[in-house]
Design a protein around this ligand. Structure first.
Ligand code: 6PG
Length: 227
């Protein structure tokens, strides 16, 4: 990852990053008539989502999906879809076109084909992809102890989606693969805190999953960080 943008605090980061993402979306709407982005779940993006929701743009031309999802119903407390609906798809952004990754059924692997069909209408490349990172160096649902991590992060892989058992986190997961994440105009790694900064610094040496993003040269990528 060539660039890291540092901010004094998380609120400042969220405000400036929201404006940056809004400008990317508007530019794509003006250029190709629509825009699309994939966002991550977890706790970090909640402030960003609130600021984005208040950005005035033609959200009806924006498609939003998730980078990854816990294989739970959309009303479950742990659902990333629920997080996005409650925090991003509000106010001005309530008119955005959202496509979730959970499809019917109790098994993520069995649901892959149906989810892929759900995702088909989204404009590609993504305008941007917003990634988070765990303290173990995972991003998306590319977890260090997952049995199919190599398959999910194979740059030459054909599949856009994969199902996985994180082992070190609850719920089966469905996730975009590395090729799907790289099929974007820009990758934004949104992380906060000194611990994650330190994890990122040793990602390459420790072969953390996030290294496939920090070391690739296919898609412009930048880390946005605050203490
Ligand atoms: C998820 C996310 C995941 C997240 C990291 C960081 O489904 O949990 O997509 O990849 O980005 O776990 O989560 P926090 O922001 O809560 O630290």
């Amino acid at each position: 990852m060539s660039e890291i943008r540092e901010f004094a605090d998380r609120d400042t980061l969220d405000g400036i990053l929201a404006g940056h993402i809004a400008s990317l979306l508007v530019a794509d709407i003006n250029r190709r008539g629509s825009a699309s982005m994939a966002v991550s779940g977890g706790s970090t993006p909640k402030g960003l989502f609130a600021r984005l929701a208040n950005c005035e743009l033609d959200w009806s031309r924006v498609w939003v999906t998730l980078v990854d999802e816990r294989w739970v119903e959309p009303d479950h407390d742990d659902s990333n879809e629920r997080l996005v609906r409650e925090n991003l798809l509000q106010n001005h952004a309530r008119t955005a076109n959202f496509v979730g990754l959970k499809s019917p059924g109790n098994d993520a692997a069995a649901g892959l084909a149906a989810t892929a069909k759900q995702l088909a209408p989204l404009p590609r490349p993504f305008t941007c992809v917003v990634l988070g990172m765990g303290g173990d160096g995972h991003t998306a649902s590319w977890f260090p102890q997952a049995s199919n991590l190599a398959q999910l992060t194979d740059p030459a892989g054909a599949a856009e989606l994969g199902a996985t058992d994180p082992v070190t986190a609850p719920h089966q997961r469905i996730t975009l693969t590395l090729p799907a994440v790289l099929n974007s105009g820009e990758i934004i790694l949104h992380i906060t805190g000194d611990e994650k900064r330190a994890v990122l610094a040793e990602a390459s040496d420790k072969r953390y999953p996030i290294a496939v993003i920090t070391e690739q040269k296919t898609t412009p990528a930048c880390t946005w960080w605050a203490p």
